[in-house]
Design a binder for this molecule. Structure first.
Ligand code: PMP
Length: 350
């Protein structure tokens, strides 16, 4: 073997959902928002000064940080922004998870966590969800080098009451606890207010789902200024100009339009609740999702077969060929029309 080949780092990467090309398809596979971003965003884009493209962006993303500080009623030094929450969480792994003790996250959860653990060389342990797919809080009472879990969890959609989230944090004040709230705007209470009570708590959110801006890549974390300072030190040791200027400006615009945010998230929640009724009628069972997707298994038909049949008919959902969840499809909530097309197909197919 060539010596340089021996020095290549071997990793098993995270596999993102398909981004199929074409307009005549129904895309319910990556939990994107089916509605466009706020008209405040398109308005600002039309007026954008292209001289911004020539210059380096503001490394502290002050327009966006200011907008978030105002919206969430926190100080600017309590906010860290990154290129999607994937970037924020990767930075957080690098910054906070450096112990020889294992980082804990649920066995069925966001499948990027084990990839980061491997990439950054930190040991991890994955407490199993219970039979109902719930996180068992007592499993997080053991010694650890950090904890991360999504709430609502992905891909199950199950929300853990804030009292249980707080119970996990209060039992783990020796390590950093990260609550990944990618889907919190679709139901449930955020742990954000607890960041003033627990200095070791970091709450991460994203513009990819509830703010219809997955393509702009905007994520953020809120926590104690000491945590945020540590995250920034690592960020500036790695890449100082992470977020481009259009994302900063358009992200800030999205935050300003509170009415549109409320209207679109409420629409998705309504469609999700209807989807629960319709999918149940079609013979599916699922945990009671509080996210913008439903993790559904069929009583008789195999998930993989349904997935392939849907795909052949240009309807894309997510299927994980993984032990424990290979009987399930993760179906993103689309518009009412998209969901009707899904039910129509399923009615015939099943
Ligand atoms: N956390 C969870 C639980 C997710 O499902 C996702 C979406 N893949 C992310 C984080 C990352 O989202 P983004 O990088 O688009 O903010």
């Amino acid at each position: 073997m060539k010596p340089w080949k021996a020095n290549i780092r071997k990793v098993i990467p995270y596999v993102p959902g398909d981004q199929p090309k074409g307009s005549h398809l129904i895309k319910l596979n990556t939990n994107e928002n089916p509605y466009p971003p706020s008209p405040f965003v398109s308005g600002a884009l039309k007026e954008m000064d292209y001289d911004l493209f020539r210059k380096y962006p503001d490394p502290v993303a002050s327009v966006l940080v200011d907008a978030l500080a105002e919206y969430y009623n926190v100080d600017r030094d309590e906010i860290f922004v990154g290129v999607g929450s994937d970037d924020v969480i990767a930075m957080a792994f690098m910054t906070f998870f450096n112990s020889s003790k294992p980082v804990l996250f649920p066995d069925i959860s966001y499948s990027f966590y084990p990839v980061w653990a491997e990439l950054f060389g930190v040991p991890c342990e994955k407490p199993a969800l219970n039979k109902e797919f719930q996180i068992v809080k007592e499993d997080y009472y053991r010694e650890n080098g950090g904890i991360i879990f999504p709430n609502p969890n992905a891909p199950t959609g199950l929300y853990m009451p804030l009292s249980e989230v707080e119970d996990i944090i209060s039992h783990n004040q020796e390590s950093v606890v990260i609550v990944d709230e990618a889907y919190i705007d679709f139901g449930g209470k955020s742990a954000l207010p607890l960041t003033r009570k627990y200095e070791n708590l970091l709450v991460v959110q994203t513009f990819s789902k509830s703010r219809s801006m997955a393509g702009m890549r905007i994520g953020f974390a809120i926590g104690n200024p000491d945590l945020i300072r540590a995250l920034n030190d690592v960020k500036y040791s790695y890449n100082s100009y992470t977020m481009n200027m259009p994302s900063q400006i358009l992200g800030a615009k999205a935050v300003e339009d509170q009415a549109y945010f409320k209207e679109t998230t409420e629409k998705i929640i309504r469609t999700r609740e209807q989807a629960k009724v319709r999918l149940r009628e079609l013979g599916f069972t699922f945990p009671d999702s509080m996210a913008n997707f439903i993790f559904a298994s069929h009583k008789t038909a195999m998930a993989k077969d349904i997935y392939e049949a849907l795909r052949a008919n240009h309807i894309f959902v997510r299927y994980f060929n993984q032990p424990g969840i290979d009987d399930y499809l993760r179906i993103t909530i689309g518009t009412d029309e998209e969901m009707e097309a899904l039910y129509r197909f399923l009615e015939e197919y099943l």
